[in-house]
Design a protein around this ligand. Sequence first.
Ligand code: HGY
Ligand code: MN
Ligand code: MN
Length: 416
Amino acid sequence: MSAPGDNLKTNASRLWDTLMEMAKIGPGIAGGNNRQTLTDEDSEGRHLFQRWCEEAGCTMGVDTMGNMFATRAGEDSEALPVYVGSHLDTQPTGGKYDGVLGVLSGLEIIRTLNDLGIKTKHPIVVTNWTNEEGTRFAPPMLSSGVFAGLHAQDWAYDREDSEGLKFGDELRRIGWVGDEVVGAREMHAFFELHIEQGPILEAEGKDIGVVTHGQGLNWLQVTLTGKEQHTGSTPMPMRRNAGLGMAKVTQLAHDIAMSHQPKALGAVGQCDVYPNSRNIIPGRVVFTIDFRSPDFDIQADMEARLRAGVAEIAAELGLEGEVEVVGHFDPVTFNDDCVGAVRRAAERLGYSHMDIVSGAGHDACWINRVTPTAMVMCPCVDGLSHNEAEDISPEWAEAGTNVLFHAVVETAEIVT
Ligand code: HGY
Ligand code: MN
Ligand code: MN
């Protein structure tokens, strides 16, 4: 395949301005974003993205999970498109770049191809996957998971947020139920640019991460049920304290992850305590353990030990214990050819680069099941993400977008 000349670059200042425009929608309270999936702010961001894509001559398709597909036509209408994208939804205290860089860098590729009058054999499709974060509606990567056949749409539509609102109802409410059958689209390849969300690239002084693998993820939701009682007048031995159980299981999850260093991570990020009154012993707690590992066996061991530990702690404290898997995917190996295109692009463009395993989950982890897929990563300051202070340099955004541009265009095949 003809590789783009090393002089082919995207327009870094236009990309940066576009990122800053999108960041104005669903602003956080500390400089980041709160544009959670299926909120009015999400819809506003979608409309802005659609307007920009249509101004760039793309046609927009939307499927029944709200996934957005902006197509730039190719010269060969029979050729399957090369897809490029990520997600526009953010965490409640998210940054301006997590996901958003991957969508808007795809738009920048279209704009650059238009500027340069370059035609490609394969169409190119810029994609926004609905509900990558999974924070409002678990699991993460929900809609790319439905697209890749991992989840049924009906099951996804029934997912509820903490207020009991259903995914399908909220998608209808914001007016983004598309008419395309989800998963019907066929792809030639998929590429995703994403900030690393960890400290490795910055610490190693590398501008580009060539992502060869992705960690596996396991979200275990634990429900412990004891008895609401007066905190002041109930003798200690008589208590069935679900809050104490949560503390013990939280420590257990940490200890299990520490026993598999450096190939495991574990934490509790979300918990609900009922009735959450200062002078009532918690009668029920619901909390989620986020386990990660690049190793299948470690992932399985962590879940087994956690389940056994919950049973022991529940018995010790007189609680009922329940563990439900609310998010899961196995460790991922990305496609060699696509990874090679990313690596060649970094070399051709002269960017410092290294192979890396993605710590975070991404839509690419699911799309890799249905088409050859690879990811490009750029550093983020102090490795910080899922925090409003998430930050990247314009130079890192530029490097990541240029590498993505070359990998996508090489795969889409320039037609001279
Ligand atoms: O949880 C994740 O890894 C992703 O950021 N949703
Ligand atoms: Mn993300
Ligand atoms: Mn994220």
